[in-house]
Design a protein around this ligand. Structure first.
Ligand SMILES: Nc1nc2c(ncn2[C@@H]2O[C@H](COP(=O)(O)OP(=O)(O)OP(=O)(O)O)[C@@H](O)[C@H]2O)c(=O)[nH]1
Ligand SMILES: [Mg+2]
Length: 223
């Protein structure tokens, strides 16, 4: 296939995916489910943050998690062990999640429906940014050990998300090179409306604020 044909095929795939995502988003809204896509590089703390967040939300709301992984059901089991409904979405090596996969994952919950449904996307700062997963909000995590200088390296990801969560803040004292001011500045040049949270699942820093943001996004989205 020549290059312009390849670009056209990709554009059509993304357009089909966007249409299916809009339908999915509206259907979840109609049934009262707020859907959040959580993206980050491998090991940034997605599963750990989800568990800490759900701990806060579950007193007054029902929660479910779609755990996407290239292989394995390690994270889906971790979530289930915490007493939270979870289905594994095994992409069999595909580095992003697209709508057909999300629809199948939701069907795997059977009749179960939730106030909050989370997608732990594939650990990757590139491909997931391109594919709308039908979520009402998209967030990305950047952990302190990864370094602050990622905005110019992965601009699509920083551009598409509603919030940036700087995770593992307990490592800040060990990583004096992490320039938080520069990260805020660079991220907001690219995405002026970006909400930014600094959290640690280890110490609990910032988890309350992030949970409050998630609750308020749900209220806004469900109107
Ligand atoms: N110090 C510290 N470690 C953390 C924090 N959050 C997560 N971790 C650790 O970081 C490692 C990776 O955390 P996970 O939650 O599995 O990260 P993930 O992004 O879900 O990883 P993948 O699903 O494999 O991409 C684990 O050893 C966690 O215990 C944190 O706030 N502080
Ligand atoms: Mg994980």
């Amino acid at each position: 296939m020549n290059e312009s044909r390849m670009i056209e095929v990709k554009r059509n795939i993304l357009a089909d995916n966007d249409r299916a995502a809009d339908v999915f988003r509206e259907a979840r809204k109609a049934e009262g489910t707020f859907f959040i896509d959580v993206m980050a590089s491998p090991g940034a703390g997605k599963t750990t943050l989800l568990l800490a967040l759900i701990e806060q939300l579950r007193a007054h709301a029902t929660c479910g998690v779609i755990e996407a992984d290239l292989e394995s059901e390690v994270d889906a089991l971790k979530i289930k062990e915490a007493g939270v409904s979870s289905v594994e979405l095994n992409t069999r090596g595909v580095c992003h999640v697209e709508m057909g996969m999300v629809e199948k994952a939701l069907a795997a919950f059977g009749e179960l429906r939730f106030d909050y449904l989370f997608l732990e996307n594939i650990g990757n700062l590139v491909c997931p940014a391109e594919f709308d997963t039908g979520a009402h909000v998209r967030v990305m995590l950047l952990s302190v050990p990864e370094g602050y200088d990622k905005v110019y390296k992965y601009p699509p990801m920083f551009a598409v998300v509603d919030a940036l969560i700087v995770t593992k803040s307990d490592y800040l004292s060990l990583n004096p090179d992490f320039d938080m001011d520069a990260l805020y500045r660079q991220a907001r040049v690219l995405n002026p409306d970006l909400d930014i949270f600094v959290v640690s699942a280890r110490t609990g820093q910032g988890i309350d604020e992030f949970a409050a943001w998630v609750r308020s996004c749900r209220e806004t989205a469900m109107v």
